[in-house]
Design a protein around this ligand. Structure first.
Ligand code: AMP
Length: 582
């Protein structure tokens, strides 16, 4: 089946990606850039250039270079509050056709990267786009040779990229999107596993570009043209997201004058504050429209390159009273979400969803070399489960916990993921109490915690990835081996359990015969000894005959009934005597 592209068709920049072996990836062009400027140059000879190359031509040929066409798509001429510095009609083109050129270019990037023809896509649009704007975007896709399988709203895509679809029903999320030229705030709610847009607000004339202009004006000496300082201002602004102060040098910026100065983050933030304050009222408005308070939100996420600024993050934290989630690249989240949606649509995300369950059982080895499952296979993560164990022999002072993965009954046939040693005070058999807990977090990290309940001392082992991330072939091999060996494995388990029982019985019987030797009739003693010999014979026999061993155990158990009763009676008498009752 042909690949399905995920496309973020942005006002300033666009990105394209695909699902590749179950993972969403964004694709780079021949120059190694994943960000394609949404710019198209129409040369008078009919040649069309898209992306960074078109932007380079803009300096020489501004009237023939189209940018920000997203502001015009699906609108009637003159509608809206933005007038382009170019005339599309004079160029013989339309917003849909310009968008189609950008989409065709992105499709080409993907086809070269994936070395195959690609004809289907998911394309994102702002949440506030109306039907006409969505239909026009879809039309542009078709003109570019792409069947548009879904028009996805940008905040929803971002929420998908942040993995927020896993948050659970009725969880609410705010998406704060500050790009180059526009600001959008959206409030979403997860319903039936799908994000619903509860409200949107924003300003189509507010973004990082405004800050570039403000900084350029601030820098330009009296009489100089601030436009010449724009590029340097933007570069300095970006550097100031990382450092407190940066140097700007513009030799001969107008042919005769040179400029050099130090600019600080504090200066930039002074210029940025009034702009960012304008986002605050939109956020409050969106919350009110959704009928919510900031405290009702489960998460606030950031989208758009300008949210890399520390002051933006601080402002968002103040507005919503909580720290924003910073786990994704703000400028790639929408595209990544489009790719994830594409993966959901074409089914290739099933492999990734499988990562959310344990592909194989996890457990520990118990006495006798058996696998004791703690988390069965196909358990949804995150999860935790545990069990209590004790010492199988007297005077043991530590327990070795081998963490195993696999479906086989015997420990040795499963894979060992790690081991830890739990110390505890030596004592009689069965006196120790060691709790073992397995916990797998949402990232698939397994933490094994063993606690000696007497001392409360914890021993912890962390196992990364292997608990959840196992190659499909290995999982299949393990499962088919467990099916193939099911019969002998089960026999081995029953045999081992019977063997442990037999060894315990033989030890107890030998001790009792010494203690009560005189009280037992010769006949009784012969019967017991014969039964014990029979158990020993099966135990030492060449075959692991589980059924025969269980039967022999039973006979020995029966033969020692009276002895056992006497043992109990004597213990009782001793106990009463100790307490002075007889
Ligand atoms: P977008 O529309 O999401 O591509 O965002 C583009 C805007 O983000 C432009 O105004 C950029 O100057 C701005 N931007 C990108 N990176 C940074 C950064 N590190 N710090 C501040 N602004 C940035």
């Amino acid at each position: 089946m042909s690949l399905l592209l995920g496309i973020d068709l942005g006002t300033t920049n666009s990105l394209v990606g695909v699902m590749d072996s179950g993972f969403p990836i964004l694709l780079a062009d021949a120059e190694g850039s994943r960000l394609t400027p949404s710019a198209v140059h129409f040369a008078s000879d009919g040649t069309v250039t898209v992306g960074a190359a078109a932007l380079r031509r803009r300096a020489l040929d501004p009237a023939r270079t189209v940018t920000s066409v997203k502001r015009l798509i699906g609108r009637r001429a003159g509608e809206g509050d933005w007038q382009p510095p170019y005339a599309l009609a004079a160029l013989g083109t339309s917003p849909v056709q310009v968008s189609a050129e950008i989409l065709r270019h992105l499709r080409g990037i993907a086809e070269r990267a994936m070395e195959q023809e690609i004809t289907r896509a998911v394309i994102t649009v702002p949440a506030y786009f109306n039907d006409a704007q969505r239909a026009a975007t879809k039309k542009a896709g078709e003109l570019a040779g792409l069947q548009v399988e879904r028009i996805l709203s940008e905040p929803t895509a971002a929420a998908l990229a942040y993995g927020l679809d896993k948050l659970g029903e009725h969880r609410k999320v705010a998406v704060y999107d500050l790009g180059g030229g526009t600001f959008d705030i959206s409030v979403l709610e997860l319903r039936d596993g799908v994000f619903q847009v509860l409200s949107t607000a924003g300003d189509t004339q507010l973004g990082g570009d405004d800050l570039d202009r403000a900084l350029a004006e601030h820098l330009a000496p009296a009489g100089a043209d601030p436009a010449r300082f724009l590029e340097a201002a933007e570069a300095a602004k970006k550097r100031l997201s990382e450092t407190e102060s940066t140097r700007i040098e513009l030799p001969f910026y107008d042919g005769t004058h040179s400029f050099a100065a130090e600019v600080t983050r504090v200066e930039l933030e002074k210029l940025a504050r009034p702009l960012l304050d304008r986002t605050r009222s939109h956020c409050l408005r969106a919350l009110a429209d959704a009928g919510l308070q900031a405290a009702d939100l489960d998460e606030v996420i950031l989208v758009g390159g300008s949210t890399r600024m520390p002051l933006v993050r601080q402002t968002v934290a103040e507005i919503f009273g909580r720290e924003p989630n910073l786990s994704q690249h703000p400028d790639e989240a929408v595209a990544l979400g489009a790719v994830i949606q594409a993966g959901i649509l074409d089914g290739s995300l099933r492999n990734v969803l499988l990562l959310d369950v344990t592909p194989l059982s996890l457990g520990i080895e118990t006495f006798g070399g058996l696998m004791n499952v703690i988390i069965p296979r196909n358990t949804t993560i995150p999860c935790k489960a545990g069990e209590m164990f004790t010492n199988a022999v007297a005077n043991q002072s530590e327990m070795l916990v081998r963490v195993l993965q696999g479906e086989r009954e015997l420990a040795r046939d499963n894979w060992e993921l790690g081991r830890l040693v739990v110390p505890f005070p030596a004592g009689p058999k069965g006196s120790a109490r060691v709790g073992v807990q397995f916990r797998i977090d949402a990232d698939g990290i397994l933490e094994v915690l063993a606690r000696d309940t007497a001392s409360g001392v914890d021993t912890v082992l962390e196992i990364r990835n292997t608990a959840v991330d196992v190659e499909d072939e290995r999982v299949e091999a393990m499962i088919s081996a467990s099916v193939e060996h099911a019969f002998e494995d089960m026999n081995e388990r029953v045999w081992t359990e019977a063997r442990l029982k037999a060894e315990e019985l033989l030890g107890a019987v030998a001790a009792a015969l010494i203690q009560f030797g005189e009280a037992v009739t010769a006949e009784e003693r012969a019967g017991i000894e014969a039964a014990a010999l029979a158990v020993r014979a099966v135990l030492d026999g060449p075959e692991h005959d589980a059924r025969a061993l269980k039967a022999a155990n039973q006979i020995l158990d029966d033969a020692t009934q009276e002895l056992a009763v006497r043992l109990v009676e004597q213990a009782m008498e001793e106990s009463l005597a100790r307490r002075g009752l007889v």
